[in-house]
Design a binder for this molecule. Structure first.
Ligand SMILES: [Fe+2]
Length: 385
């Protein structure tokens, strides 16, 4: 069987890289940009850094600062209408996954007539655009700056659906922009990146490049996430987490996520808790579930986490050992359990049909049945108290 991996988008990386946004936009042949972000970005003063870089390069600026978590199709349509009426020729997404995904979707709507809701289907559609996008992540987690995925919420059906972006994307990865991320968000986003890494290594569509990048991401996250959680201003930790998120993003851009994200999406629909927190809750149970199918990959993950996996362990032992290390990582960065957050076992387990219904499960190395989905959700509650 052959696997396919492709080049990722260009990445401009380093402390202060945000100062290069303007020259990057100019190099794309653009003269007027729509800046897409949320109020958190402006509260942290990050929008001003981007605007200063754009102004310095003589790029016109239009602001769309209305993005909220899990951006809705209506928000994308409003942004697309603004982009069209202002005649912009570039879209800049500044923020976490929500702003970056919205920016990608807005660029698609400039070549595909809105509303965006008509393109939100299962399986996800691929749309093309000639309008370039520049993405400036301000958290270290989603990896959205290097993936084609846009996750948009359809309000009428309460569904989060994906759309694939085909067009020019440039990433500007500046770890200084993550210095003001609060501890809980640091923990959640770091565990999102960790989940991308684990799922990239173990999914059916895994490939050799994804494995290298994802293992490197795991080493950096295990070492630096607890530090960044405790000491947000630690630049070494922030830099390593920015790289980890980016590498895990490149990894899953090819290899895709799988059942860990099915569990996370089910928890998200049930509790409306942050994506990275849901990924964290699901990850140890995913590991236990897939250990018998991919013990060699689990051993690599365990070794990257600093465990002494010798290969002599049974697959079940290996799964338990790695899952326990993930729970320890979660505890070291203050991640509460569903029980501690006030949710009941029944509520958690009620998400099992949703997890089973997710298309991502087909990339899981284990054939997911309703019974396996049920026991995974039980484990989410029972095994992390
Ligand atoms: Fe994710």
């Amino acid at each position: 069987m052959s696997v396919r991996y492709k080049q990722a988008v260009p990445v401009v990386f380093g402390p202060g890289a945000v100062g290069e946004v303007g020259s990057e936009v100019k190099a794309l042949g653009c003269g007027k940009a729509l800046c897409v972000y949320d109020r958190g970005v402006s509260a942290a003063g990050i929008d001003e850094k981007v605007k200063a870089a754009l102004s310095k390069a003589g790029i016109g600026i239009v602001v769309y600062d209305q993005i909220s978590a899990d951006p809705s199709s209506e928000l994308v349509d409003k942004g697309a209408a603004l982009a069209a009426s202002e005649g912009v020729d570039c879209i800049i997404g500044i923020g976490g996954g929500s702003s970056m995904d919205a920016a990608k979707a807005i660029s698609l709507m400039m070549d595909n007539p809105p509303p965006v809701s008509q393109y939100l289907t299962l399986p996800p559609m691929q749309l093309e655009t000639h309008v370039p996008v520049v993405l400036v992540p301000t958290t270290a987690g989603t990896g959205s700056e290097v993936t084609a995925v846009c996750v948009i919420s359809k309000l009428d059906t309460n569904e989060k659906l994906g759309l694939f972006h085909r067009g020019s994307v440039t990433a500007v990865l500046d770890p200084e922009l993550t210095l003001s991320v609060p501890p809980a968000v640091t923990a959640y986003t770091g565990m999102d990146a960790f989940s991308h890494a684990v799922e990239s290594i173990t999914g059916r569509s895994r490939n050799p490049r994804s494995e290298v990048l994802a293992l490197d991401a795991i080493r950096r996250i295990v070492r630096y996430l607890p530090i960044a959680y405790r000491s947000g201003a630690d630049m070494e930790a922030r830099t390593n987490l920015s790289l980890a998120s980016n590498f895990a993003g490149i990894a899953f851009a090819d290899a895709d996520n799988h059942f860990g994200h099915s569990i996370a999406d089910a928890l998200s629909a049930t509790f409306h808790t942050p994506h990275g927190l849901n990924c964290a809750w699901g990850n140890p149970e995913l590991i236990r579930l897939i250990a018998p199918a991919v013990p060699d990959k689990l051993a690599l993950i365990g070794q990257a986490m600093g465990l002494s996996c010798t290969g002599a362990e049974s697959p079940v032992q290996l799964g338990e050992q790695v899952a326990a290390a993930v729970r320890e990582l979660m505890r070291s960065c203050g991640i509460k359990s569903p029980r501690e957050m006030g949710f009941t076992r029944e509520q958690v387990v009620s998400g099992a049909p949703l997890a089973f219904g997710s298309g991502l499960r087909f990339n899981c190395p284990v054939d997911i049945t309703p019974e396996l989905a049920q026991s995974a959700m039980e484990g989410v509650y029972d095994n992390y108290q």
